[in-house]
Design a protein around this ligand. Structure first.
Ligand SMILES: Nc1nc2c(ncn2[C@@H]2O[C@H](COP(=O)(O)OP(=O)(O)OP(=O)(O)O)[C@@H](O)[C@H]2O)c(=O)[nH]1
Ligand SMILES: [Mg+2]
Length: 177
């Protein structure tokens, strides 16, 4: 049995905790707090440490899935989690262009620290105002097709969609299971 650590990252509200909860076959450890500041109108809770769940992807491959916090004030957690990661998925909310700059900075934080396989997962594609995938990928700094990472549209609420995104990541990892 092999074990791999998969990190799910992205800025505030991208859908990381939902993704981990949907993927996990075990009860998720979610370290969240009520939001107390100006963003509290958006949602009640935010991750302050990590989410942790497990998925037996195949009989020979167990995935330990960690969701990061979204806010940069918890970047010490980003650092710890990415240093452990076998691979990661960056979730980007497609309907929130105001967050793309921050997503790009987070991506740069991760790529500077980890040379591990990654994919980009576009969430909130079902929401009004969602931009076309090409535009978002360009915005994240991948104007040229040659250096473009694999991306996938994912709805963190839907298990088949989440499993498909993980499947794409496993493919990029070139794992033979
Ligand atoms: N409609 C829709 N809602 C989504 C999608 N992904 C996430 N959500 C919702 O977006 C909100 C934020 O999701 P979370 O999973 O808490 O996001 P997070 O990335 O863990 O957020 P932080 O921990 O605060 O950084 C929740 O209300 C989710 O139900 C999506 O693809 N479509
Ligand atoms: Mg969260």
């Amino acid at each position: 049995m092999e074990t791999r650590r998969i990190v799910v990252t992205g800025i505030l509200g991208a859908g990381k905790s939902t993704f981990v909860k949907t993927a996990s076959e075990t009860e998720v450890v979610a370290i969240e707090r009520n939001i107390t500041d100006e963003i509290s109108t958006l949602k009640e809770k935010t991750t302050v440490a990590f989410d942790f769940g497990k998925l037996l992807f195949t009989p020979n491959l167990e995935l330990h899935i960690y969701g990061t916090p979204g806010q940069s004030r918890f970047e010490f957690m980003w650092e710890m989690l990415i240093n452990w990661a076998s691979a990661y998925i960056l979730l980007v909310a497609a309907h929130q262009p105001s967050g793309f700059d921050e997503a790009r900075e987070l991506l740069s934080f991760m790529t500077q620290r980890a040379q591990v396989p990654m994919v980009i997962g576009l969430t909130h594609m079902d929401c009004s105002g969602a931009l076309p995938p090409e535009e978002i990928i360009n915005f994240l700094g991948y104007e040229y097709e040659e250096n473009r990472p694999t991306f996938v549209i994912v709805n963190p609420h839907q298990r088949t969609s989440v499993i498909k995104a993980i499947d794409v990541l496993i493919d990029v990892m070139n794992l033979h299971y």
